[in-house]
Design a protein around this ligand. Structure first.
Ligand code: ADQ
Length: 459
């Protein structure tokens, strides 16, 4: 059995339950093969020069965690800059929010080169390498340039936009060519695979060899959809835990006379949070029977506060939430509770279970695991209804949710109204079908199918 080497921007100690499903799933596989997990430590050191780093290694059970610190300039250019102010907005279709600064691209290349140089001496000949996400697209190319010949797979957690949007990226040819250093590229959805293929064929002159294989730049690459799943059992276990149960009971007692709607997100412009508030406002306006009866709880955890677009979003949201409470609230009822904080993972299933409607309405999302978590948290006898954006990767799998267009305020409000009044039998049927799909394609299925495909010899 090959040793598994996982590389991601950040890593977590897989033994800690707070680490979440992905860390647990990768931790499992790493543990079994006595693997290595490599990434940024999360520490920025002003005394380091750009491109300089310090390597730390520690054991977490059988897994070796190897991390590097970053110089301040590298953190600004690689992480805040190119990763989060260029790739994140462009890959989420938001060219208007991208900040194309050439120093960002320089920093991105520099840090990927440094990662490769630090990682290479830790590698063994028969390692299987799995690199994650947009921060590290050129890492395999940098490793290959240093002579690395192991099989390398890449999984992109965010969406791939249509070819012409990708082509708007300065130096997109360089970035997209870097994908050909991988043996396998995994994407979240078939829509993403379609965009990726079309870009490679139209813009990079790749030859389509069929069965997901593309050839260009004297290399062959396989691309496929590997929709990420959740750790259903771990989440069900959390749901039976004291904190989840207490959270659910407390909410049900407090809102005994009302129906709860819930949104849980990172505060990010891709998540469609202002659009959701507008739809809820429209619901109160158009269907006044919900006034005094429905409450929307929105938990938006702080995220990337140091990037300007996020500060603007926060201000916009605070204005919208204040206005709805001011215009519709009463002495004994506030329509909306907006909480700008992270909730402990142990409480999430309880929160979800208490909500009659789960609102997951991103403008664009790679997958969105909250949608799946909401479904898994429900009481199968009396389940709530998931209202899901058709632009979340999850919509390709969760067809039994109420699918909405988050840009269309009226129709989203109508879908919420339908969800609030859905008869029990229909709720049960939809929930059962959603559960089947989520269970079948859980995070262990995702990991196994990706790693299996990565190990298959090239045709
Ligand atoms: P995110 O955009 O961060 O990640 P999402 O899938 O929405 O991802 O959530 C990831 C986890 O964070 C979930 O387990 C969720 O419960 C938790 N979470 C989110 N907001 C929270 C809050 N306010 N408090 C507590 N916990 C919260 C990226 C992509 C997604 C993709 C994931 C995994 O953008 O599309 O689903 O990676 O591939």
């Amino acid at each position: 059995m090959s040793r598994l080497v996982v590389v991601s921007n950040r890593l977590a100690d897989p033994r800690r339950p707070a680490a979440g499903g992905l860390a647990v799933a990768l931790g499992d596989a790493l543990n079994r093969s006595g693997g290595l997990w490599f990434g940024w430590s999360g520490t920025v050191r002003p005394q380091l020069q750009p491109g300089e780093s310090r390597l730390h290694q520690r054991q977490a059970g059988r897994v070796t965690l190897a991390t590097v610190d970053l110089a301040t300039e590298d953190h600004v250019a690689y992480y805040q800059g190119y990763s989060n102010s260029v790739l994140w907005p462009v890959f989420h279709y938001r060219l208007d929010l991208a900040d194309f600064h050439s120093a960002y691209l320089d920093g991105y290349r520099r840090v990927n080169r440094m990662f490769a140089a630090r990682l290479l001496p830790l590698l063994r000949d028969d390692d299987l390498i799995w690199i994650h996400d947009y921060h590290l697209i050129p890492l395999a190319a940098e490793l290959r340039a240093l002579g690395c010949r192991q099989r390398i797979g890449f999984f992109l957690h965010i969406p791939v936009p249509p070819p012409l949007l990708l082509a708007a990226l300065p130096q997109h040819e360089w970035l997209m060519r870097a994908f050909f250093a991988y043996d396998l590229v995994g994407l979240q959805s078939e829509a993403d695979v379609g965009h990726f293929r079309r870009y490679m064929i139209n813009e990079a002159n790749a030859e389509d060899l069929g069965a997901g294989r593309l050839a260009a730049f004297s290399r062959e690459l396989r691309v496929g959809a590997f929709p990420i799943g959740m750790d259903v059992q771990e989440f069900e276990r959390l749901g039976r835990g004291a904190e989840a149960v207490q959270t659910g009971e407390a909410l049900r007692a407090e809102y005994a006379r009302r129906q709860l709607l819930l949104g849980i997100d990172r505060l990010d412009y891709s998540k469609g949070i202002p659009q959701r508030v507008r739809a809820f406002r429209h619901l109160l306006e158009k269907y006044p029977e919900n006034r005094g009866r429905s409450t929307l709880i929105m938990i938006a955890s702080p995220s990337r506060d140091d990037v300007l677009a996020y500060t603007d979003l926060r201000q916009e949201l605070e204005g919208l939430c204040g206005a709805i409470n001011g215009d519709y609230g009463d002495l004994d009822w506030m329509p909306l509770r907006y909480i700008h904080r992270i909730v402990a993972r142990r409480r999430v299933p309880g929160l979800c279970r208490a909500a009659r409607v789960g609102l997951v309405t991103p403008l664009r999302d790679g997958m969105n695991l909250v949608a799946k978590e909401y479904v898994v948290s429900q009481d199968a006898q009396d389940p709530g209804v998931l209202v899901l954006s058709r632009f979340a990767g999850a919509a390709e799998q969760l067809k039994d949710a109420l699918l909405v267009n988050p840009y269309d305020t009226e129709s989203m409000a109508a879908a919420i109204q339908t969800a609030l009044h859905m008869p029990l039998e229909e709720r049960q049927q939809r929930h059962a079908r959603l559960m089947e799909s989520i269970r079948q394609h859980d995070v262990h299925w995702w990991r196994r199918s990706f790693l299996q495909a990565l190990q298959e010899p090239a045709a």
